[in-house]
Design a binder for this molecule. Structure first.
Ligand code: AMP
Ligand code: GLY
Length: 442
């Protein structure tokens, strides 16, 4: 019996815990701090995921075999190093390797050094230089804070006035603190955005099929950026040819570059891509699973995800070839039900109704994010409350199932986007879809 501890409290962590726990009788699940969804399938432990002492205490007390780290902040702060030094097995990169997400400057320069295709860029460290650059650049342009900014540190500017405002925000008002001391000026990329996950151990890796998230708050991809309002997997325009290019041009040179520079990557490498005319370019790297892409993706895998994570989790003893992750050939769609006001002033504390009815539907899963349980009643406790996932043999089936389930759920102020998956559905109508979704071409 393996004892698995999942760190974090969101829908991504619930989905990962669920996926790893599918091998019934083989896994004892723990969450720290977890959430009411994880509490249904495992045991939630007190403490903070970003407090190494809390994590170590839980690992010792529960004799944990493997720690799976959900969010990026603890990784960038060195949690995996601390755990490995203490002899604890962990799936997640070292702080040096997590620099791919923790510092845009590091990531961009690494890509330049190793020929990984990405947008042209320049690093700017002082305000006078930044203001001079406003006159030189083409618009739209993208200005990014160097450090972690909770997914909000990339500002797309359409003209010099917006760029000036962005510089004020990042470098003068220091909206993201030290994260904005250096900024990256980056060319705007056109194309179709997608997220690709590689389970990596040094230079060996297993690629999962591509997913796509819907970041804007409102239909038609309008409104403010959020942590993600929904996702689908696989991406219908993902193809064998594109997969090969992603492997050869992006994942492999990045992993070998990291290894050669003494920062071998052990964990989940998330490549956020922009694909135009079949050519992928990197928009960003993240050092953990995507949220909410994971929720749509992991239900499509057979129950061998944990075996691959386990094999990749020990730098010293990782096998030359990681076990394959098998994909069942279906589609997943995740609809996020959010609290009124999200992503700005969130109203919470409302009872949630209809969860059992939603879950009773076929090919449906509900992962929990911003919920708490109070006196046997599930209450809203955050911006993104529930992640409703539908699965089907086609993308339209998956989307319809997710919406059929979402309709059964109610709480005061609840809202969700009605057009999750529209890019894929439109591509299908255009006949632009490929034989999608083979995650491994072994
Ligand atoms: P990041 O903070 O790098 O994750 O970027 C956040 C989001 O901004 C991405 O998911 C894209 O939608 C958008 N974005 C970032 N960089 C670019 C770029 N160079 N061109 C176009 N869109 C971008
Ligand atoms: N879905 C975007 C992210 O996880 O960063």
């Amino acid at each position: 019996m393996m004892r698995l501890l999942v760190l974090g409290a969101g829908g991504r962590e619930h989905a990962l815990a669920w996926a790893c726990g599918r091998a019934e009788g083989a896994v004892e699940l723990y969450g720290l701090p977890g959430n009411p969804g994880i509490a249904e399938i495992g045991m939630c432990l007190p403490g903070r995921a970003d407090a190494p002492d809390d994590v170590l205490a839980a690992v010792r007390e529960r004799e944990i075999d493997l720690v799976l780290v959900g969010p990026e902040a603890p990784l960038v702060a060195g949690l995996a190093d601390r755990l490995r030094e203490a002899g604890v097995r962990v799936f997640g990169p070292s702080a040096d390797a997590a620099g791919l997400e923790g510092s845009k400057v590091f990531a961009k320069e690494l890509m330049r050094r190793h020929g990984v295709p990405t947008a042209d860029f320049e690093v700017v460290e002082d305000i006078a230089h930044a203001r001079r650059k406003l006159e030189e650049i083409d618009y739209p342009h993208v200005l990014k804070a160097d450090g972690l900014a909770g997914g909000k540190g990339a500002l797309i500017v359409k003209d010099a006035d917006q760029a000036r405002a962005a510089i004020e925000l990042l470098m003068v008002e220091k909206k993201f603190g030290a994260a904005g001391e250096r900024i990256v000026f980056e060319a705007f990329l056109e194309g179709e955005e997608m997220s690709v996950f590689a389970i990596a151990s040094g230079e060996s890796y297993r690629l999962l099929t591509a997913a796509q998230d819907y970041k804007r708050a409102h239909e038609g991809d309008r409104g403010p950026n959020t942590g993600g309002m929904g996702s689908i997997a696989p991406v219908v325009t993902w193809s064998e040819a594109l997969e090969q290019r992603v492997r050869r041009e992006i994942i492999e040179p990045t992993l070998s570059g990291m290894a050669r520079e003494g920062r071998p990557y052990h964990g989940l490498l998330y490549a956020g891509l922009m694909v135009a005319e079949g050519a992928p370019r990197v928009v960003e790297f993240n050092c953990r699973f995507g949220d909410p892409e994971t929720q749509a993706l992991v239900p499509l895998l057979s129950d061998d995800l944990l075996g691959t994570l386990w094999a990749a989790s020990e730098p010293q003893r990782a096998p030359a070839e990681l076990p394959a992750v098998t994909y069942e050939g279906r589609y997943g769609a995740c609809v996020v039900i959010a609290s009124g006001g999200y992503p700005e002033g969130v109203r919470k504390g409302f009872p949630i109704r209809g969860l059992a009815q939603a879950r009773a539907l076929p090919d449906t899963l509900v992962f929990q994010a911003g919920t708490v349980r109070r006196d046997e009643q599930l209450i809203t406790a955050g911006g993104r409350v529930l992640n409703v996932v539908g699965m089907g043999d086609t993308l339209p089936d998956a989307v319809d199932r997710a919406y059929a389930a979402a309709e059964r759920i109610e709480f005061s102020g609840a809202f969700y986007r009605r057009d999750i998956g529209w890019r894929g559905l439109q591509a299908l109508e255009r006949g632009a879809a490929n034989a999608a979704g083979r995650p491994e071409s072994q």
